[in-house]
Design a protein around this ligand. Structure first.
Ligand code: ACO
Length: 323
């Protein structure tokens, strides 16, 4: 049995904020942001957030797959910015879609979230309990960045990507191999505290929590861990990068992707990029990029693609897919 992606979709809020727009409200410049990160603009939601974006991406993925909402058996949403503590984003999307036969829940692995969710979906599909699934990567980071911290707030944007998957008994296509990891000993390198709630007994006042990042530590972690993970994944699968058409990498920073390409001894032609247009949308970067490749007709039957992510936790993971 293989888990096959049969449709993709993505969505970002219409409001675009360029680097120059940011330079009007904080001490930064297009030149600083572009040269250090590759980001030129990002989409920012000025209204509805995570559930809305996730549902829009999901509708497009279902349309692409030719699947009706009532045919979905399971929905897994990867997000760290669900609109509510509960219900989950997945349950809310289920409600909007009218996917009455599905079970839905969220997974939390920050920027690695889509990889963790798809890997989890693959394991569940292999049990035989589910036939058609919806995997969503979505984040609304603009609501948890500290807009007074110019070293982090310029990096992030909002968006969602989704993939419809089906359990296929025959054929070679689908998810071939997967690997995920985490190291909670390094958790403090990249954090977003939960918003402190008021407490009657201790007199605690509610306080907002924001993203805090040791940027250079994240950089070092990503450029070491991702190549190691991809190489061991391919070794276990009995193949190598020569066999892989695209490495679809988490879009955190252009320079991180370049360093990973160097360590893997591959050209940047194999690493599609869209960080210039979206910034870092966390759990959404990989499915948005995958959807763009799919819609541009760049993925053909039999193409091998590696999806690889890294993020807070610290977490990382990679999946080998035959399209
Ligand atoms: N505009 C102008 N100047 C800035 C800005 C800004 N937006 N942000 C920081 N600076 C200044 C700092 O104040 C500092 O000035 P100083 O030298 O006068 O003190 C200088 O630029 C360097 O600041 P650093 O924070 O040391 O910047 P660094 O060179 O490390 O670059 C960056 C920051 C781009 C975030 C880098 O650390 C990096 O690429 N890290 C990788 C982490 C990453 O991309 N994370 C993405 C999110 S996490 C994830 O997706 C898993």
């Amino acid at each position: 049995m293989k888990t096959v992606i049969i449709g993709t979709g993505s969505f970002a809020p219409p409001r675009i904020v360029t680097n120059d727009d940011l330079a009007e409200v904080m001490d930064t410049s297009d030149e600083w942001i572009r040269t250090r990160t590759g980001i030129e603009q990002r989409h920012i939601s000025d209204g509805p957030g995570t559930t809305w974006m996730a549902a829009e991406a999901a509708k497009l993925a279902l349309k692409d797959a030719g699947v009706e909402p009532e045919d979905i058996d399971i929905i897994i949403a990867a997000t760290t910015t669900a609109d509510n503590c509960f219900p989950s984003a997945a349950c809310e999307v289920q409600g909007i879609l009218g996917a009455g036969n599905a079970v839905g829940y969220d997974v939390s692995a920050a920027c690695s979230g889509f990889i963790f969710a798809l890997h989890t979906m693959d394991g569940l599909m292999k049990t035989g309990a589910y036939e058609t699934g919806l995997v969503i990567g979505v984040d609304n980071l603009s609501k948890v960045v500290d807009w007074s911290d110019r070293s982090t707030c310029v990096l992030f944007g909002d968006g969602a990507g989704a993939a419809v998957v089906r359990a296929c008994k025959d054929g070679d296509r689908g998810l071939l191999w997967g690997r995920i990891g985490s190291d909670g000993r390094k958790a403090s390198v990249l954090t977003c505290q939960a918003r402190t709630m008021g407490n009657l007994l201790t007199g605690t006042k509610p306080e907002p929590g924001y993203i805090a990042m040791e940027g250079q530590e994240v950089f070092k972690f990503a450029v070491k861990k991702v190549p190691e993970c991809v190489e061991s994944l391919l070794k276990d699968a009995g193949t190598d990068m020569g066999d892989v058409k695209y490495l679809v990498l988490h879009q955190a920073n252009y320079r991180i992707c370049e360093s990973i390409a160097k360590r893997l001894k591959i050209s940047m032609d194999k690493i599609p990029m869209n960080i210039d247009r979206y910034g870092n949308t966390s759990g959404a970067t990989i499915p948005i990029l995958l959807d763009e490749l799919n819609r541009q007709g760049k993925l053909h039957k039999g193409d091998r693609v590696v999806l690889a992510g890294f993020g807070a936790g610290l977490t990382w993971g990679a999946l080998l897919i035959e399209w």
